[in-house]
Design a protein around this ligand. Structure first.
Ligand code: R5P
Length: 290
């Protein structure tokens, strides 16, 4: 087996290779002056090739990934495993407005045509339960960073109340609360626009609590910011947040801190200054089993 990775996610890809005790090699790529991509994989490959790339800000990355997959097949890969710790386009699972492309199904089908296995962490599946309903592969594998994040929260907070900012977060929040043995509350959220969310706190005695907001991802940060404002008004003494995928820009992170949040904790599915939990071993253990 060999692990191939792209430069921007090299450190995590190398960790996966080390955990698998196999070689690592980089995939070279560059843009031509007109924006088209040139991608080059190593030419001596093992039969099983694992390509690691996290797919946030995905459009260019997807094209380069497909070029790499095709070149890897040409140069000896009989089995191709994609590790995409953050898997893009999983949110749009229906045509909300007639004419909209259902990007989850489109991207899922393309990935299934190029890879034998797809492994990801906490994909944002909304109306479906299983990843292979989005990516039609037997080995469309969804892992959860919940246990590792839960352990981190347990080690860094005392008597934490876990807080899910919307109904979809219940799956992660309830799981972590059970794992580490603490209380949780789930709010209702209405999103009116990309940066316009409103949250309704559930009835709870918040006074004096230390709260950790849990979500699968943070992008503009508005979900966390609105939740934090309400929690502080309700009397909590400290608000932290733990999310699997830190998609946020530097600007939105500053807004999160400005809203009174003490600590922002993320996993390294996306490289970010807030990374505190590594998902490399979790992925490597799964690859050993497939
Ligand atoms: C949506 O349901 C997700 O779980 C997150 O709550 C959402 O993507 C966070 O986005 P933002 O940080 O832009 O509010």
């Amino acid at each position: 087996m060999i692990v191939l990775g792209f430069k921007e996610y090299e450190s995590q890809a190398k960790k996966i290779a080390t955990a698998l005790a196999c070689d690592y090699a980089g995939i070279d790529h560059r843009n031509f002056p007109d924006g088209e991509s040139l991608v080059k994989v190593p030419t001596s490959l093992t039969e099983h090739v694992v390509i690691v790339r996290s797919l946030h800000y995905p459009n260019d990355k997807l094209i380069e990934l497909l070029f790499a997959a095709s070149a890897a097949r040409k140069h000896g890969a009989k089995r191709l495993t994609l590790v995409a710790p953050y898997l893009c386009y999983m949110r749009q699972d229906i045509e909300n407005v007639p004419g909209e492309a259902v990007s989850q199904k489109i991207i899922g089908k393309i990935l299934s045509e190029h890879f034998d296995d797809v492994i990801t962490i906490d994909p944002h599946l909304h109306r479906i339960d299983k990843l292979n309903e989005a990516i039609p592969l037997k080995n469309a594998i969804s892992l959860s960073a919940g246990p590792a994040l839960g352990q981190f929260i347990k080690n860094h907070t005392e008597n934490a109340l876990l807080f899910g900012p919307d109904g979809e977060s219940r799956q992660w929040v309830a799981f972590i609360a059970e794992e580490i043995g603490c209380e949780y509350a789930i709010a209702q959220k209405v999103r009116k626009g990309d940066r316009d969310v409103s949250i309704e706190l559930p009835h709870f005695d918040y006074s004096g609590k230390s709260v950790t907001i849990i979500d699968d991802m943070a992008s503009t940060g508005q979900t966390i910011i609105q939740a934090s404002k309400l929690l502080l008004q309700a009397g909590v003494v400290e608000v932290n947040t733990a999310v699997t995928h830190g998609l946020f820009s530097a600007e939105s992170l500053q807004h999160i801190y400005d809203a009174g949040i003490k600590n922002v904790w993320t996993t390294d599915t996306i490289t970010h200054s807030t990374n505190v939990v590594s998902i490399g071993d979790l992925i490597a253990e799964k690859i050993k089993l497939i």
